[in-house]
Design a protein around this ligand. Sequence first.
Ligand code: ADP
Ligand code: MG
Length: 635
Amino acid sequence: MGKIKILSEEVANRIAAGEVIERPASVVKECVENSIDACASEIIVTLANGGKDLIQITDNGLGMSEEDAFICFERHATSKIKTVDDITHINTMGFRGEALPSIASISHFQLITKTAEDEVATEISFAGGKLNYMKKTSARTGTTISVKNIFYNIPARRKFLKSEPVEYKHILNYIHYQSILFPHISFKLIHNQKEKLNYPATDSIEKRMLDIFGTSFSKQHYIYLENQINQIGIFGYIQDIEKPEPNFSNDVHYIFVNRRFINDKTIYSAIKNAYEPFLKKYRFFEHGKLPNYILFINIIPEEIDVNVHPAKTEIRLRNAGAVYQYVKQSVLDCLNQAEHNRYNSTKEKISSIPSDTPLTYSEQEIVKDIYKVPSPPEKKTDNVDIIENSLQNLFSFKNDTQEYDKPKSNIESRYQAPTYKEPIHFNQQNFTQYEKLIDINYEPIQIFQMHNTYIFIEVEDGYCVIDQHAAHERINYEKLLKSIEENNPNKQKLLFPLIIDLPKYLAENMFQIINENLEIFNKLGFTIKTFSGNSLAIDEIPSSLSNWDGGDVFLDILKQLQEELTQTKDFRIASAASVACKASIKAGQKLSKREMQELIKELFTCETPFYCPHGRPLIFKMTLNEIEKRFKRIV
Ligand code: ADP
Ligand code: MG
């Protein structure tokens, strides 16, 4: 006789219950979803002892006929799908036809249900999956399901249920997810005979969120996000990092995909990575704590599979990479926009300056001073040493008539020769002429450098302070990443190729790392050949590296790279950050007003203009309001 037997219905149901029903909250989930599918506009959840003793769900939905009320306890009995194709285009919450028989098999279960057409209601009772009785009764249209003593017949599982508050919390969270998704349904939650929640039906998600989170959920703390392309759309709210302390006791990390609450690592890490460059600004978010978000994502059904988890809280994305990119970009754009709005007046002011504006009076004053005491460059090297000498370049004159070239607009030219078409003669008449020009044509912006390190710029409602090195680092970093991505590096050929034997402290692993990543070095702008014995030859370098310094800078970059590689595994990020750091103007370096303007202008064309590549802030704003508070002009 064969050994294989078909399991009895009872055993099969209990096995299914093991997957579908994990805890009281799972029962609430399955029953509430059935109520939603039955078009209920009112759902009442009543609990005792965190749901461990009683879970009762009452709805005013379509109800079931006597016949349906009986058959719904058969396994795979569902009114929601008929064919396999239906699963792809499913609009209902349930479809597996497993919940009711599973729940009935592990509890004392009672169902009372009535349709609008029927005069009388049907009442059915089960214990441990066995039918107790079925009878006619009176009730209003809709369905009430009572589940008592969950897992009473599986002691091992009952024992593993958590404390009353923990089980209650799971249910509470679930009711929150659903009530956000379905604001037009009124939800009531009663626990141990006390009313805990009462959310009346409303017409908008926002109003429902206010009901749930109170005033801590407000425009003040959250930024609205919306983005829509062909196959995917996203909207919702993400926490503003400037306002990190709404009174939530909990993390609110809600992702809904096609109207289901979903746990999805891909989407979670997309949001996390978008936030990352902004987070170091606030201690609050350290230790891996992520700001709150409530995001609704809609993806065309063909692109996802919801049938991968018995409780349908996970999905499989067919094109996870694209969804990751899309979500990350949407969140990043939104956060950037919020930062832009904060610094808008700076940006507007900067972009309103025409790039070939004449020298301002004070600039000419500097020029005049320098002219009196010309300071020749300390050393002349064959390599271009633009940044080091930028100041000298700016004020070293080509000939006696001091005629300048027309401005170049790219950043490389910023540190090269200055840019004025008209010859400047330093006489009083000229000064007055320019003064007039300034007065008539544009209002000069107040911008100055402090300690040759920080740029102060007056804006409409206060002033901004910019860290010049970090700002330039950000600009260079983004450019370098782009040149890696697009493989079109801006290179300069070295007059004398650099041949180096890597010093011992670098040779250990760096030689191998360079060898493995020659292509990325190439995309950055370094043309490198490696030889045996830890030696290499470089004959092209990124144009942004203007202070090549006979090659010392390359060793500095490698040192930095070693450091960066301890922070990230992504070689592109590490190498771009290292080169950016060494290619950027330094703290302590004097900049002309025009250089400062150009720097800020360029900064605001960056993707993330507010943080250096390591996530440290590079700009902050002091408002007039704050200043007035300090002077106790206002309180
Ligand atoms: P599924 O939801 O996957 O179809 P269930 O076991 O949860 O499977 O429910 C089986 C069927 O019972 C449903 O398809 C539905 O027709 C009916 N049903 C369950 N709960 C309700 C309810 N609250 N109101 C009306 N019909 C219900
Ligand atoms: Mg169901």
